[in-house]
Write a protein that binds this ligand. Structure first.
Ligand SMILES: Nc1ncnc2c1ncn2[C@@H]1O[C@H](COP(=O)(O)OP(=O)(O)OP(=O)(O)O)[C@@H](O)[C@H]1O
Length: 240
């Protein structure tokens, strides 16, 4: 069986800056894949070039065997790919419940056996039931992150791209996040996650891909990749 998401030769140029220099990356059904790399190595550009935020300069993105290269963000979402940004996106003046309600109402994906089809079930899953009447704008950062996860799940995706989901979270919040994300594959949701927190990546991902200057320099089982001399060299020549 082919990969769920199959990226081939992806290239993104911003004027004279080569953010992606021809990246191949496949996400398989049911996996949690990690993408790491130093600042500016192209991780967010990779997500942006898959999700319609940027049009790739060259290369292809296939989704379940269909070419989706350069399609707009709303079409990517309808296809079943959700994206959580580094900054959680929610309407600050609306309640937590209303935010999730709007997201569920705009969902047209009919994923069989999807467990969280109502705003209440989504809020319960991410542990925000008790805050459903609060305005999203007053939520502390960690809770806002959980709301971002609920909003992504509300689109009933088959794949979620998480961009630095644990940035700014404390240890307890990070554990909560890991506990939630670990459950996604058993509900038919694959995951591709970017983060700098190697402890988090080791907890979540059996496979890691490493970007450096817009090129993939390693891709394989997490423990192997973290011991790869090329990867150690990129991380300041030190142990991770
Ligand atoms: N919209 C843009 N316009 C111009 N250059 C950009 C743009 N977005 C990214 N870049 C450049 O592309 C390169 C890759 O950036 P990107 O944000 O993808 O890296 P990253 O690995 O996600 O970094 P970080 O870990 O710091 O978030 C960098 O040199 C960055 O300055």
């Amino acid at each position: 069986m082919g990969a769920l998401l199959d990226i081939k030769g992806l290239r993104k140029q911003f004027g004279g800056v080569t953010a992606l220099a021809g990246v191949d990356l496949a996400v398989d059904e049911g996996e949690i894949l990690g993408v790491v790399g130093p600042n500016g190595s192209g991780k967010t550009t990779l997500f942006n070039s898959v999700t319609g935020v940027h049009k790739p300069t060259a290369g292809t993105v296939s989704w379940r065997g269909r070419d989706i290269t350069g399609i707009p963000a709303n079409a990517v979402s309808r296809a079943g790919i959700a994206y959580t940004f580094q900054q959680a996106m929610a309407f600050p003046g609306l309640s937590v419940f209303e935010n999730v309600q709007i997201a569920t109402e705009h969902c047209s994906n009919a994923l069989a056996n999807f467990p969280w089809t109502t705003p209440a079930s989504l809020l319960e899953f991410v542990g925000l039931s008790g805050l459903s009447e609060e305005k999203a704008g007053i939520l502390p950062f960690g809770r806002l992150r959980l709301l971002g996860l609920a909003l992504a799940l509300a689109t009933r995706p088959s794949l979620i791209l998480l961009d630095e989901p644990a940035a700014g979270l404390n240890d307890r919040e990070t554990k909560t996040l890991v506990h939630l994300v670990e459950q996604f594959p058993e509900h038919g949701i694959s995951v591709c996650v970017i983060d700098h927190d190697m402890k988090l990546m080791q907890m979540l991902c059996r496979r890691l891909a490493v970007l450096d200057f817009g090129s993939k320099i390693a891709d394989g089982p997490t423990a192997d990749v973290l011991n790869d001399p090329k990867v150690l060299e990129v991380y300041l020549g030190g142990a991770l």
